[in-house]
Design a protein around this ligand. Structure first.
Ligand SMILES: Cc1cc2nc3c(=O)[nH]c(=O)nc-3n(C[C@H](O)[C@H](O)[C@H](O)COP(=O)(O)OP(=O)(O)OC[C@H]3O[C@@H](n4cnc5c(N)ncnc54)[C@H](O)[C@@H]3O)c2cc1C
Length: 302
């Protein structure tokens, strides 16, 4: 498998037993059996075909800001999109961004061109691809508000095929998209923004960044909000009211600054984070009858 991957991607782009703690904002995770940097659509299709022929598992990584990888790692191929997937174009009020770009880079392009609408996303530490999958959102806005179309490589049922989906087809709702229902890879994203004032856009971005610094435990590695917001409630409030701020297993802890975050206070294991999460779900359920659902995606064997 290793040599076949190298044949497609070049040996500078393929790594064996790559620690996933280097590729996640939690700074947690054992080794990926293979870690492959893919620089073009052509190579991506060839790699997917190979992975299938070899009956390997695969996982498309964005910026690793919403995942918890097992301490045992991932016995398959992790694909990271770069090169062609990091290109960005402006066309009128539209930005067409490759899926590997960070939201902060795309938001910067919007700001530089006085385009409004993406201010909410400037502080979300994910890629634009990951943001589509999750329908990432903050401060009352979400990707759904700015997405016009997304090019997707569908991976099932048969041969890989590329399709452009418009907003309605994407089924974007709270932390949900069609990519949660059907296996595919986001290739690029077309956003439609509105002409605005650069000063205003900058001031909103600065305000939101200040809010994040004030409210969120950005001094510790984490994956952001650990749980989804249950209809009609706030996960952080439920967790705080259940007395769980500061609850710890090993060095994984419910943040004492923002109860919605589980943080890695130094060398935490994935198993410790998982135990904290299970305790939170159990305790909140006992006290309120509400079952919190994880927003964070678990990868590998737990
Ligand atoms: C400090 C902090 C603050 C955060 N604040 C917010 C917030 O305000 N709002 C919010 O919504 N989220 C927030 N998050 C969570 C996270 O940043 C988002 O969910 C983000 O959209 C994940 O993007 P990613 O590129 O890191 O994806 P990853 O975590 O790498 O992956 C997430 C999922 O997307 C899939 N994926 C990634 N790229 C692709 C692709 N190109 N094609 C197909 N599948 C793909 C992965 O396979 C995985 O299933 C925060 C996280 C942190 C650490």
């Amino acid at each position: 498998m290793l040599n076949k991957l190298i044949n497609i991607l070049g040996d500078e782009n393929v790594f064996e037993n790559e620690p996933m703690s280097m590729h996640t904002t939690f700074r947690i995770g054992g080794p990926a059996r293979y870690f492959a940097i893919v620089n073009s659509e052509e190579d991506l299709i060839k790699t997917i075909k190979l992975v299938r022929e070899e009956n390997q598992e695969y996982f498309v990584l964005g910026n690793g800001s919403n995942i918890l990888v097992s301490d045992k790692g991932f016995d398959g191929v992790v694909l990271q999109l770069s090169g062609e997937f990091d290109t960005i174009h402006l066309s009128g009020n539209n930005i067409i961004a490759g899926s590997g770009l960070l939201l902060s880079q795309v938001a910067k392009m919007a700001l530089d061109n006085s385009l409004a609408g993406l201010e909410f996303a400037s502080g979300i530490p994910g890629t634009i691809g990951g943001a589509i999958v999750m329908n990432a959102g903050a401060y009352g806005s979400e990707m759904k508000d700015v997405v016009k179309a997304v090019r997707i490589l569908w991976l099932e049922p048969d041969e890989p095929t590329i399709e452009t989906l418009t907003l309605d087809d994407l089924k974007l709702s709270y932390r949900h998209s069609i990519l949660k229902e059907r296996k595919g890879i986001v290739l690029d994203v077309k956003l439609t923004l509105k002409p605005g004032s650069k000063e205003e856009i900058k001031s909103i971005m600065d305000d939101l960044a200040a809010k994040r610094r004030e409210k969120q435990p950005l001094e510790y590695p984490s994956a952001g909000s650990t749980f989804k917001r249950p209809e009609g409630y706030f996960a952080a409030k439920l967790i705080e009211d259940a007395g769980l701020k500061g609850y710890k297993v090993g060095t994984a802890m419910v943040s004492d600054k923002h109860a919605g975050f589980v943080v890695n206070t130094g060398g935490a294991k994935a198993t410790e984070v998982k135990q904290v999460m299970e305790h939170v779900v159990h305790t909140v359920n006992q006290s309120t009858g509400i079952t919190l659902e994880p927003e964070v995606i678990l990868l590998g064997e737990f």
